[in-house]
Design a protein around this ligand. Structure first.
Ligand SMILES: CC(C)(COP(=O)(O)OP(=O)(O)OC[C@H]1O[C@@H](n2cnc3c(N)ncnc32)[C@H](O)[C@@H]1OP(=O)(O)O)[C@@H](O)C(=O)NCCC(=O)NCCS
Length: 183
């Protein structure tokens, strides 16, 4: 999978306007795949608060929060590496979404390729974890096309759409990782 550097970029506080419009327009589309959100989440102020938290985590070395860009450069969704763990783990979790009207164009597949390249390149991570609901075939395709392998099944793993739901666990491992010899 080749990675297009113009497909994602670091999120910015100024993205709150576009993201608030996108999450509001996609509220019903996202509902089966997302935690139940407070109404505040769908407002510009709510998105500013989300972004501020992500950028704090980024500054602390715990997250890589990017927006996904459409061909015309407008914001189409989000992808985030979070929970970056160093020491013997050198691992992170990944989540992403793309606005419904822009689905099926390869945007998520390309965004995952880009984030994987950054994770295994400049960030020096050894592993990325992602999980999907068992029936989220589109997301599983995105992961498979980026070399993610299924490694497990976690019963009642996350509270999605109001219910503790089973998830399929995927990971990508950087087999030629060359990091510090000691932690
Ligand atoms: C999952 C999601 C990110 C995919 O975004 P996208 O930009 O449409 O993804 P891509 O176009 O890169 O690839 C989607 C793949 O799934 C396939 N697909 C889409 N819907 C499908 C379905 N119902 N059944 C089987 N395959 C499906 C597409 O054909 C494509 O695979 P292909 O290129 O091999 O044909 C998007 O649908 C989304 O945001 N969903 C809601 C949130 C979510 O599920 N996030 C992930 C949580 S784990």
């Amino acid at each position: 999978m080749t990675s297009d550097p113009s497909r994602t970029r670091l999120i910015a506080v100024e993205d709150a306007v576009a993201l608030a419009a996108l999450v509001a327009a996609n509220r019903a589309f996202m509902a089966p795949w997302d935690p139940v959100r407070h109404d505040e989440f769908y407002s510009e102020a709510g998105q500013r608060a989300v972004i501020a938290g992500l950028l704090r985590d980024h500054a602390d070395g715990r997250a890589l929060p990017h927006v996904i860009l459409a061909d015309d450069g407008t914001v189409a969704g989000r992808i985030t590496l979070g929970g970056i763990a160093r020491g013997p783990a050198q691992s992170a979790g990944m989540g992403y979404w793309v606005a419904q009207e822009l689905n099926g164009r390869g945007l998520a597949t390309e965004a995952v390729a880009r984030i994987k390249e950054l994770a295994f390149g400049p960030l020096g991570l050894h592993r990325i974890q992602a999980e999907t609901l068992p029936h989220n075939v589109a997301s599983q395709r995105v992961l498979a096309r980026n070399g993610f392998e299924r490694y497990g099944y976690a019963p009642r793993y996350l509270r999605i759409a109001g219910d503790w739901q089973d998830h399929v666990m995927f990971q990508a491992v950087h087999d030629s990782w060359t990091g510090p010899a000691a932690v």
